[in-house]
Write a protein that binds this ligand. Structure first.
Ligand SMILES: N[C@@H](CCC(=O)N[C@@H](CS)C(=O)NCC(=O)O)C(=O)O
Length: 248
């Protein structure tokens, strides 16, 4: 059985999961805990530098969401998310999705680190309610760990917001004629950009669960208000194509 290790609310993990679910590929989900889960993941992968999502199966180990999505595509006879003639464009959109996500991570991690309620929400789900407040320093250490690991200090808020705005503008431009999908049919480009918008305005909780304080930290209200058309497009993509295979 394939195993997918990931963070349930993280856009990178969402990309991998969505591609696998869209392809109808079975896997067992394993929830990852940043910082605390890292030593075990390093040991499992025999690598120093690790991130999630990670897909482990008999064909090997895939450690990047794009590679996992390509692997999913190779397993399916269903509709393709990677039509051959669109590969270059899909790869460019995925790069933009990566840039938006990296900028969004810098903004969001800083906000979570200074929001006591969001820190409590970021503790792993199994931590009992009565211990959650007391364990806030662990969550704070986790945010600091991510800030150092991804060198988030090197991305000031103004630069990160500019990257998010560029992403929104690129989407508005590509969708200006009212088209439903970026490249004609639904492709991985749509999924990759739709999940990146988690860092502008998270999608409804029934798709991706985030506590109220976390949701606040992930939202860039001015940007979301300036691009309601792009947010509406993203909502449509989730409404029509999100596949609920969570937690098998
Ligand atoms: N390019 C990689 C990036 C993955 C990535 O940045 N993962 C982060 C966000 S979920 C992560 O593992 N964070 C937790 C950690 O590093 O401990 C991919 O697409 O899979």
């Amino acid at each position: 059985m394939r195993r997918l290790i990931g963070l349930s609310y993280s856009p990178w993990s969402l990309k991998a999961r969505w591609a696998l679910d869209h392809a109808g590929v079975d896997y067992r989900w394993i929830e990852y805990t940043p910082m605390l889960g890292e030593p075990l993941l390093r040991l499992r992968l025999r690598r120093r530098r690790v991130s999630v999502p990670v897909l482990i199966n008999t064909a090997g180990v895939f450690t990047d969401s794009y590679d996992i999505a390509r692997h999913a595509e190779a397993q399916t006879r269903g509709p393709s998310l990677f039509p051959a003639e669109k590969l270059d464009e899909i790869s460019r959109w995925n790069q933009l999705s990566e840039d938006v996500c990296a900028a969004g991570r810098a903004l969001t991690t800083r906000r979570v680190a200074s929001d006591p309620s969001a820190l409590v929400e970021s503790l792993p789900a199994p931590v009992p309610r009565r211990l959650r407040r007391a364990l806030r320093p662990v969550a704070k250490a986790g945010a600091g760990f991510l800030a150092r690991k991804y060198r988030l200090r090197g991305t000031p808020d103004a630069d990160a917001l500019e990257t998010l705005a560029l992403g929104m503008e690129a989407l508005r431009d590509a969708l200006h004629d009212g088209r439903a999908y970026l490249l004609g049919p639904l492709t991985y480009a749509d999924l990759a950009m739709a999940v990146a918008l988690q860092f502008v305005q998270p999608v409804a909780d029934r798709f991706v669960h985030l506590g109220p304080a976390s949701r606040r930290c992930w939202t860039q209200a001015d940007l979301a208000a300036a691009y309601p058309d792009v947010i509406a497009w993203r909502d449509q993509i989730f409404e029509r194509h999100w596949v609920r295979h969570w937690g098998r």
